[in-house]
Design a protein around this ligand. Structure first.
Ligand code: ZN
Length: 449
């Protein structure tokens, strides 16, 4: 009896849990609709997930069920449903759930593609996205196979599907650093600025980000430009941590040509492609790195004069100090949307990034900087703050991180502003003092050497 029980237990323990051998999505993209069919093989997923979606009706043969709170309880190997963009494009545009015009739009992949729970997938599970109708543009390259465009993914890719664009009006060629083959598409919609001006604008921002790749830029970044009725050149954008990275940026249809020269948003967004995903989401770190480089990158490329962008940083820091009201950077980051305290988080983080860059350069006689830390971390899927700190110390060759971390994260947010900026010869309004003790280091930050 005992032997039998042990045998049964052993049998249970060694029986392989069912896993999917393949998962194939067939998507037909028409003017305002994405019709999706999913075929799973090897197991029957009990639940499916669709981020932030409710009321989507899904069929499996005769069975019907509705997605509630992002979850579909419909054990099935075949699913079919339609994701309609009609009202989303007419009334409630968002980069998340649908933006653009009929026949030329963008949507987040995880907002329209149901995915099974990760545990049912194996690294070798075959995942295919097969498209018909409007031409797709994804984080992954698509190959044409007869009537279809096909993207073959790893199971892990289903965790972050990036932006999916359909029916782009134009592909914009980019000339970047060696090893960077980034792609840009522009969706349909009349623009006051010429296509040539848009091309130059996105080329400059992409090139500045690729150059900061410290000799190993990301191989691919997929960028979608979405015309929107605005007078600003780029009113909003977002980068998703798919692998490869995926960016969507609104372009103002009424923005005059000349306004694109002073745009910082595209630069900021593309700077997010430099860093890894940070576990635990310390927004001050990712936003701080992007805000810091949004100032530094155009100085390094010669697109903007140093005094203009150090002034942007100094003014951002001053606004951040007002917003923080004595709270710590951690506290303002947690309550960033409710306070609101965006400047405190972005520019508080930018000061930390500036000090990390400066101290690594001091320790390595200018040979290394923050961009080298980010390059070393880039192959990693995600990174904790502790791992980031370890990489900073490893690159510097001495332990500098703990002191910087405490100075920026303990006590009042942005309290390092005055000594740090004054030391570099950057006055409160951004006026530059070339006689300041650290002025030569400011010049080295500007040159990146
Ligand atoms: Zn950002």
């Amino acid at each position: 009896m005992l032997l039998l029980a042990v045998g049964l237990l052993a049998g249970c323990a060694s029986a392989p849990a069912p896993h999917l051998s393949s998962l194939v999505y067939r998507i037909e993209a028409t003017e305002t609709r994405l019709s999706v069919e999913i075929e799973a093989q090897g197991a029957k997923p009990a639940r499916w997930y669709l981020v932030g979606e409710s009321n989507l009706r899904v069929a499996s043969g005769e069975q019907r069920a509705t997605v509630k709170g992002g979850v579909l309880r419909l054990p099935a190997e075949h699913l079919s449903y339609a994701y309609s963009l009609k009202s989303r494009l007419q009334r409630s545009q968002s980069l998340e759930r649908g933006a653009g015009v009929p026949g030329s739009f963008v949507v987040r992949g995880d907002r329209y593609l149901l995915v099974p729970r990760p545990g049912i997938l194996l690294p070798e599970t075959r995942v295919e996205l097969r498209f018909k109708g409007l031409e797709p543009f994804l984080p992954w390259p698509c190959v044409r196979e007869g009537e279809e465009w096909v993207a073959r993914l790893y199971a892990n890719d289903l965790r972050q599907l990036g932006f999916h664009a359909f029916g782009a009006r134009r592909r914009i060629p980019l000339q970047l650093e060696e090893g960077a083959r980034w792609e840009v598409v522009l969706l349909a919609g009349d623009l006051l600025a010429s296509d040539e001006r848009i091309e130059r604008w996105i080329q400059e921002a992409a090139q500045e980000a690729a150059r900061l790749g410290a000799g190993s830029p990301r191989e691919r970044v997929a960028i979608v430009l979405v015309p929107t009725p605005s007078g600003e050149p780029a009113p909003f954008g977002r980068v998703l941590y798919s692998e490869p990275r995926s960016a969507a940026i609104y372009v103002g249809q009424r923005a005059p040509e000349r306004s694109f020269a002073g745009d910082w948003l595209a630069t900021h967004e593309l700077m997010h492609t430099l860093h890894p995903r940070f576990d635990g989401q310390p927004r001050w770190l990712s936003e701080g790195i992007a805000a810091y480089y949004q100032c530094l990158a155009p100085i390094r490329s010669g697109r903007e004069r140093p005094e203009v962008l150090w002034r942007v940083l100094a003014q951002g820091v001053a606004t951040g100090q007002t917003e923080a009201l004595g709270r710590s950077l951690q506290e303002v980051a947690k309550a960033m949307h409710t306070l609101p305290a965006y400047s405190a988080v972005y520019w508080g983080g930018a000061l930390l990034a500036l000090e990390v860059d400066l101290e690594i350069r001091r320790a390595t006689e200018g040979k290394r900087g923050l961009e080298h830390v980010l390059a070393a971390l880039r192959p990693r899927g995600s990174v904790t703050l502790r791992e980031f700190g370890r990489s900073v110390d490893a690159l510097a060759g001495v332990a500098i991180w703990e002191q910087i971390r405490r100075a920026h994260l303990e006590g009042q947010a942005l309290r390092r502003a005055k000594p740090l900026l004054r030391g570099l010869g950057i006055g409160p309004g951004g006026a530059l003092d070339s006689k300041a003790p650290g002025a030569k280091w400011r010049l080295r930050l500007e040159r990146g050497s």
